[in-house]
Design a protein around this ligand. Structure first.
Ligand code: S3P
Length: 445
């Protein structure tokens, strides 16, 4: 994270959000593009890579294991080492704040004869790794984790690993991806059974690189089989704009009167668009313009106009398709008419922060009426009136090293009377460098 001292900032109420903007590249797709590029033989060219700290942590780790990764103009080039070709890293792999880097790289390394120490920041060092350790240990990798199955952690990969059939006990694209990436260098067929579908970027990208993948269904569950040890073909990848970053602008434009904004080139993979569905159910005015394909992913421009939102009961089945968007949704709910109730969100307690507890406290601090429950929040909205915001005397709201909390509170500031002071904006750079500048541009007159 840049600098040792927190960087607090007050986000003031503004006029409407207007014009056309672009958000940075998709974080999930960027991690996967670097990792699979490193497994291909030859040069992979990536356009639109997210240059956030999380993705750069993945790039640094892959470089430590021999991949050549460099910027070329606005593109990135990865010179891969072939499936199973990573080298023993000289030092610890520093994952920073990035759960995706940690869990996916563990998968990638589990079936290679390398030993690595994974470290992370205070937030990542609290997050559960047992969910990836369990299947990867079944495949033969060995782990020495910190108490509670956390980082710092030492992992010894094994070659050849044992192919397994693994049924996911939690709906997690990271766990699914870790097993599939481990299966990449494992002889035979590795199978993942996914009772609740999650984002499928790994599957789409593996196919794009020429891996042999079979996706089927069994008793309502998705079944993904990967044949190990393929020769991956390098390719060109266009990374679409991140729907999880667009989320803050979708909510901001929905709640700030007079807004009329187009967010160009956003990924609209159905496994990621739960927020758009829920906002529309709440009365939001969002349309998809010029739908198209880019780099094996559906993309569109999103046109959002201010609308009066009303509270709803959010269908828990939509949670995996908007798992990172709940902090933003909670802000929309706090400004809506009536009550919004969310359930089935236990996973939010093990994200970059405990997003239920942290958002409940933060929204209460800016004047919203929130009831925190074990598996969700119930929020009574202001009926379109501004939130109170924070006072000088009350001090800033705590974002707990969580980029998405910080950005959600920034959006709350736009729809507040006094503005909202956020304790530390540095974590925003993990996923959305340029967020504040883009917000300023969208709100300038
Ligand atoms: C991600 C999956 C999700 C998400 C995270 C990125 C991915 O995590 O919250 O930000 O890139 O696969 P889980 O798999 O833990 O739900």
């Amino acid at each position: 994270m840049p600098g040792d001292a927190p960087e607090p900032r007050r986000f003031m109420p503004t006029g409407p959000l207007t014009g056309r903007i672009r958000v940075p590249g998709d974080k999930s797709i960027s991690h996967r593009a670097l990792m699979l590029g490193a497994m291909a033989i030859g040069e992979t060219r990536i356009a639109g890579l997210l240059e956030g700290e999380d993705v750069l942590a993945t790039a640094t780790a892959l470089r430590q294991m021999g991949a050549r990764i460099a910027r070329d103009g606005s593109d990135w080039i990865v010179a891969g080492m072939g499936t199973g070709g990573l080298l023993q890293p000289g030092g610890a792999l520093e994952m920073g704040n990035s759960g995706t880097s940690a869990r996916l790289l563990m998968g990638l390394l589990a079936s290679q004869a390398v030993t690595a120490v994974f470290t992370g920041d205070a937030s990542l060092s609290r997050r559960p790794m047992a969910r990836v350790i369990a299947p990867l240990a079944q495949m033969g990798a060995r782990f020495e984790a910190s108490p509670g199955g956390t980082l710092p952690l030492l992992m010894a990969g094994i070659e050849p690993a044992v192919p397994v059939t693994y049924r996911l006990p939690v709906a997690s694209a990271q766990v699914k991806s870790a097993v599939l990436l481990a299966g990449l260098n494992t002889p035979g067929i590795t199978t993942v059974i996914e009772p609740t579908p999650t984002r499928d970027h790994t599957e789409r990208m593996l196919e794009g690189f020429g891996a042999s993948l079979e996706i089927g269904e069994d008793s309502g569950a998705r079944v993904i089989r990967i044949v190990g040890q393929p020769e991956l073909r390098p390719r060109s990848i266009e990374v679409p704009g991140d729907p999880s970053s667009a989320a803050f602008f979708l909510v901001a434009a929905s709640i700030v009167p007079g807004s009329d904004l187009v967010i160009e080139n956003v990924g609209v993979n159905p496994a990621r668009t739960g927020l758009v569905t829920v906002l529309r159910q709440m009365g939001a005015d969002i349309t998809e313009l010029a739908p198209r394909e880019a780099g094996s992913e559906p993309v569109a421009d999103l046109h959002v106009r201010h609308a009066s939102l009303f509270g709803i009961e959010v269908d828990p089945a939509l949670a995996p398709a908007m798992i990172d968007e709940f902090p933003a949704l909670f802000v929309a709910a706090a400004c809506a008419r009536g009550r919004t109730v969310t359930r089935g969100l236990e996973e939010l307690r093990v994200k970059e922060s405990d997003r239920l507890a942290v958002m409940a406290a933060a929204l209460a601090a800016v004047g919203a009426r929130v009831d925190e429950r074990a598996d969700g929040l119930a929020i009574d909205g202001t009926n379109g009136d501004p939130l109170l915001g924070t006072s000088e005397a009350g001090g800033p709201v705590a974002s707990h090293l969580d980029h998405r909390i910080a950005m959600s509170l920034a959006i709350a500031g736009l729809a507040s009377r006094n503005g909202v002071e956020v304790d530390d904006t540095r974590p925003i750079a993990t996923s959305f460098p340029g967020f504040e500048a883009l917000l300023a541009r969208a709100t300038e007159r």
